[in-house]
Design a binder for this molecule. Structure first.
Ligand code: ATP
Ligand code: MG
Length: 398
């Protein structure tokens, strides 16, 4: 297998730990990604050194998860997580171990990890520990639970979401027994905190295979957030046609599809249950609402929407509309309106509230007049001129 070489600072941490008489290995996603020839998102190091010993060896560090034995070590402003070999006690809440204990051996540490591909250790001198045959699974592109899959999901239900997330990110299949266990233990997904579920969904939505989010639904992992499971979703492919950097476009698309199939009451209720922040909920809800109720047919209708919901929500609705309604040129039309510079908000109206005050208007009357002028200008953009609008206001008043 072709693999990526860890950067100098990571090798420095490993070698320094070894020179102090400790064992030190790259583990988890770092080793998996290196073996896949991908640059890891973060560098995880596992060591026999206790957290206090790690902190003594590397003064520039932060005790980021002492309870779990994790210390973040910084070398010239770059960092890696160094975690002491550990084993985990029982899991009463199907999510967190009741206790963790530090252990002296690597194999015990590897056996607490979720999937065989994430349970390979790699030392700087090229030594590899692969007690669960993760390399073979990587070669065969398989996600397989370490140990008994049902037991592992019973311990920590988040692992089921991680399995689907890795299948979306890496394009791997979930091995049959592991998949069967997910379907059997899916009800435990209700025990996972909404924020964690939301983060896993977002990672899937931003992966090269965002449609795998519907696997979560098919396996029953989303039951506590849905009114029902859809029989067969045909427009899942729309998600991957949306730009990868636009998480909210993909969320809106997901909401629109789920709403269409009657699986959720509204984008707002679904995203609120997932504890998304208020600003993002507003944007997705407005965009999903535009999509399901009022995709415009004329330029004036677009401008009215821009005025009511703002550019971000309307752009999102247009982009999702394009992919869901089979390449309707909504985005193209919207872009040309935005490019034209035509007025759709009070900010760009050629008269202001102060101008109208000079005509003796105030309070509600003034507000209504501004809205009237804005409506007028949205329909007749060529009349967005100061004097003209002022005389129109005067005329209307009289
Ligand atoms: P990513 O590329 O997203 O960082 P990762 O596999 O590195 O993926 P992390 O969340 O960084 O995931 O976790 C590092 C390692 O810790 C994993 O590879 C796995 O070995 C172990 N791990 C993480 N979460 C769990 C879990 N819920 N149960 C068991 N092992 C876990
Ligand atoms: Mg990682």
């Amino acid at each position: 297998m072709a693999y990526i070489v860890p950067p100098k600072y990571v090798r420095h941490i490993l070698v320094t730990l070894q020179s102090h008489g400790h064992q030190a290995f790259l583990v988890g996603g770092s080793t998996r990604d290196m073996l896949l020839g991908r640059v890891p998102l973060d560098w995880d190091i596992s060591t026999s050194a206790l957290p206090e010993q790690v902190m003594e060896i590397f003064p520039d560090c932060e005790a980021t998860g002492l309870k779990h034995g994790t210390v973040t070590v910084k070398i010239n402003s770059r960092s890696a997580e160094v975690t002491t070999f550990r084993s985990e006690g029982s899991y009463t809440d199907h999510r967190h171990p009741d206790m963790v204990s530090f252990v002296g051996d690597l194999t015990t540490d590897l056996s607490r990890r979720d999937f065989t591909m994430n349970a390979i250790a790699f030392s700087p001198d090229g030594l590899m520990a692969d007690p669960f045959d993760g390399c073979t699974d990587i070669e065969n592109r398989l996600i397989r639970a370490v140990g008994l899959p049902q037991l592992r999901f019973q311990e920590d239900a988040l692992r089921m979401f991680r399995a689907v997330r890795f299948s979306a990110r890496l394009g791997f299949e979930i091995e049959q027994e592991t998949l069967d266990a997910i379907k059997i233990k899916a009800h435990l997904a209700a025990e996972v905190a909404a924020e964690r579920v939301r983060d896993e969904i977002e990672k899937i939505l931003l992966s090269p295979a965002p449609e795998k989010v519907f696997d979560l639904i098919e396996y029953g992992l989303m039951d506590s957030y849905l009114l029902s499971r859809p029989d067969h979703i045909t427009d899942g492919g729309a998600l991957s046609k949306l730009p990868r950097k636009k998480a909210l476009y993909r969320w809106t698309c997901l909401c629109a599809v789920l709403e269409h199939y009657g699986c959720i009451e509204s984008a707002e209720s679904f995203l609120t249950a997932l504890k998304m922040d208020k600003r993002r909920i507003r944007l997705c809800t407005d965009a999903a609402f535009i999509l399901t109720t009022s995709i415009p047919e004329t330029t004036v209708e677009w401008k009215r929407l821009l005025n009511k919901y703002g550019v971000d929500s309307v752009s999102c609705a247009a982009a999702v509309g394009d992919v869901l309604k089979h390449d309707e040129p909504y985005t193209k039309e919207l872009k040309s309106i935005l490019k034209s510079g035509e007025c759709f908000s009070l900010k760009h109206l050629a008269v202001t509230g102060d101008d109208l005050m000079t005509l003796g208007l105030s309070g509600r009357e003034l507000g209504e007049m501004l809205q009237f002028l804005l409506d007028y200008v949205m329909e007749f953009p060529q009349f967005n001129q100061h004097d003209l609008l002022l005389s129109l206001a005067k005329g209307t008043e009289e």
